[in-house]
Ligand binder design. Structure first.
Ligand code: GLN
Length: 285
């Protein structure tokens, strides 16, 4: 395709994607910015710029992948989260905007300036790195069962110049020995294993192990809540992201395990999204 201007490429992209994506315009803009290594402003101010043949070729290639359903973030290989630019690949979930609530709530906690924080199932490292970047005095550990995810998180740490974080392979607490933390955060898998939602859109391309957790989606959370007691310092907090219908069940699990100050917060769409609670050592089970 010769002599394609930015404007023509965009129009063509939106047209090509409109039956395949709910966000055809944004997708086309994001993909084209990546092809041209530019920001959205250039797409407007340089609308008559003519793509080189390599750029036009890559543009076609990107559109084909998106038409087949591949998530935009996997096509371009990165996703913004909080203030960070994170590389992503098929070994991890793509960081979601609603997960920023987990970061905000963690930053709102009244804890020591030199707190130790653990991010369970860190994936790209999104949560751990966002927290570490905002709390330079904290030591943040991110762990994941998947070696490739741990490597990706460590890469994202270097990419974003975050010093006070470390990443290790661990299936939940399995590699953590006796270590205890002031704060534990997690965005575990929580989708019901037979959910129709898994067969739609971007989720078809994301790792099932990061999404589903048994029939009611709570299998992993049922393990994490009691086990976290062994890895929280007294007065430490556990914060869990979950599905919008799971708040009651999770509040009960926290109560059964003897936690206090149990509370749920809503994401920007108004859905129950994070439940958290405090562990006090005086509270034997
Ligand atoms: N919040 C994600 C979604 O609904 C699921 C992520 C997860 O299971 N942790 O797409």
């Amino acid at each position: 395709m010769d002599n394609l201007t930015i404007q023509q490429a965009l129009d063509m992209g939106i047209q090509a994607l409109k039956n395949h994506s709910d966000s055809a315009k944004t997708d086309a803009e994001t993909l084209l910015c990546d092809v041209l290594h530019c920001n959205r402003t250039k797409l407007i101010v340089d609308a008559n710029y003519i793509l080189t043949s390599e750029q036009a070729c890559l543009w076609q290639e990107y559109l084909q992948q998106r038409i087949q359903g591949r998530p935009v973030s996997y096509i371009i290989g990165h996703q913004d989260f909080w203030t960070l630019s994170l590389d992503v690949n098929e070994s991890t979930l793509i960081p979601r905007p609603e997960t920023e609530l987990l970061v905000e709530l963690t930053l709102d906690l009244t804890v020591a300036d030199n707190s130790c924080c653990l991010d369970l199932g860190t994936g790209t490292g999104a949560i751990a790195l966002a927290i570490a970047s905002e709390r330079k005095g904290w030591q943040v550990t991110g762990c994941d069962r998947i070696t490739e995810a741990v490597q990706l998180a460590a890469h994202n740490q270097r990419k974003n110049h975050v010093e006070n974080a470390r990443f290790l392979v661990s299936h939940w607490f399995s590699a953590l020995g006796e270590q205890a933390f002031d704060v534990i955060v997690t965005n575990p898998p929580y989708v019901e294993s037979d959910s129709a939602y898994l067969t739609q859109g971007d989720l078809r391309f994301e790792p099932g192990s990061a999404l589903t957790s048994g029939e009611d989606g709570l299998d992993d959370i049922r393990l994490i809540i009691p086990q976290a007691r062994q890895h929280l310092k007294s007065d430490g907090w556990l914060l869990i992201e979950h599905g919008f219908k799971q708040a009651n069940a999770i509040q009960e699990l926290f109560a059964d395990a003897g936690y206090e100050q149990i509370q749920t917060r809503q994401d920007c769409a108004g859905h129950d999204r994070v439940t958290f609670a405090q562990f006090k050592l005086h509270n034997p089970l």
